[in-house]
Design a protein around this ligand. Structure first.
Ligand SMILES: C[S@@+](CC[C@H](N)C(=O)[O-])C[C@H]1O[C@@H](n2cnc3c(N)ncnc32)[C@H](O)[C@@H]1O
Length: 336
């Protein structure tokens, strides 16, 4: 007999960690079968038992995640007071600048200049699409590659790699001139501050151990954001989005956008958000797991491959592409 917590860790090992992190897959499988750790986790509210939160907390506190199950189990059991306090205090707020590579073609196609409003912004690293470099590798139908298209902010410490398929609109004008962003702001329940070492360490702790390229990207994006820290408002997206859009400077196109956020909201709150954003001026870009927004899911031209974990990218609820959840791929539908 296994608790729900056991099922949670087993599902994480199978569906999320397998193929992405052998270390987390192994740890999660062991947690699922370990009475002691499951009992400790069951003492937390259900939303605080997540594998990413446990593993992030252990790393944040300097505990061992790469030294095998016995070292991990013994450390967690001995340091449960600190580990559980960190899990209660912190949230899974992975901030992935790589997602800008999938947002960029849509942003570039809107009337310029832009005012960006990101809901669920974490530390705001996706608010700088004009400050990164991009390398799009084109995949043909037979899976072979063509030369990469590379462009972007010349001196950026960050290059975002993205494998593209389908008629993704990467026109010459985009290669010559990135979107012009004249205003950027975000909302988060718990905004992280790129200037605060503890917050940056927490973001680093959330990157999975084998994914060193993501750690490099995160550090580079933090440097970009530190040069001009974003305006981030603390609050619930439904409560704060109208007021933020009202602050957009005249002459700029407001763009409300979000990636990997609405899944955290109950369906009624997602619907409330959709009703609000439909009434706001400007445009709405959503980049979420395929089933999160029913109006987008209904219009998908084809189902996402089973178990792919792909997101649906949509402009004003019209789906345009499937995207890799960390921005690693962009599969454009239909006409460019
Ligand atoms: C997985 S992170 C994604 C961060 C960022 N969008 C990105 O793509 O890197 C989800 C973020 O949404 C925030 N969040 C979740 N529910 C929220 C709500 N109701 N209102 C505002 N922010 C929320 C969390 O605090 C967290 O920072």
């Amino acid at each position: 007999m296994h608790s729900d917590t056991g099922d949670l860790y087993r599902a994480f090992a199978e569906r999320e960690a397998r193929g992405n992190s052998a270390i987390y897959q192994d740890l999660a499988e062991h947690v699922a079968g370990d009475d002691r750790l499951r009992t400790l986790l069951d003492g937390l509210p259900a939303a605080k038992r997540q594998p990413n939160l446990l593993f992030g907390a252990v790393r944040h506190l300097g505990g061992p995640v790469t030294e095998g199950w016995p070292a991990f189990r013994d450390w967690v059991a001995a340091h449960w007071a600190e580990a559980s306090a960190t899990m209660l205090e912190r949230r899974t707020q992975t901030n992935e600048a790589g997602r800008c590579a999938t947002l960029l073609p849509l942003l570039a196609a809107l009337p310029q200049p832009l005012a960006l409003i990101e809901v669920g912004a974490s530390a705001g690293l996706c608010l700088y699409p004009d400050r990164y470099r991009y390398r799009y590798r084109h995949l043909s139908a037979d899976g072979t590659g063509a030369p990469a298209t590379e462009f972007g902010a010349v001196t950026s410490p960050v290059t975002l790699d993205c494998a593209v398929s389908g008629p993704v609109p990467l026109p010459a004008s985009l290669r010559e001139r990135l979107p012009e962003v004249v205003w950027r702001a975000g909302i988060d329940l718990n905004p992280l501050d790129v200037r605060a070492e503890e917050d940056v360490r927490w973001l680093e702790s959330l990157v999975w151990p084998e994914q060193t390229h993501r750690l490099d990207r995160l550090r580079g994006a933090v440097r970009v954001a530190r040069a001009e820290p974003p305006l981030l408002v603390r609050g619930d997206l439904n409560a704060a989005v109208r007021e933020l859009v009202a602050q957009v400077p005249a002459g700029a196109t407001p763009v409300v956008f979000h990636s990997a956020v609405l899944a955290y909201l109950p369906p009624e709150a997602r619907e409330e958000f959709a009703v609000t954003v439909r009434e706001l001026p400007g445009h709405w870009i959503s980049n979420e797991a395929v089933s999160v927004l029913p109006a987008v899911a209904r219009r998908l031209p084809r189902p996402a491959p089973a178990g792919s974990g792909l997101f649906a990218l949509a402009l004003d609820e019209r789906p345009v592409a499937f995207t890799g959840p960390h921005g690693q791929s962009l599969d454009w539908f239909g006409e460019a």
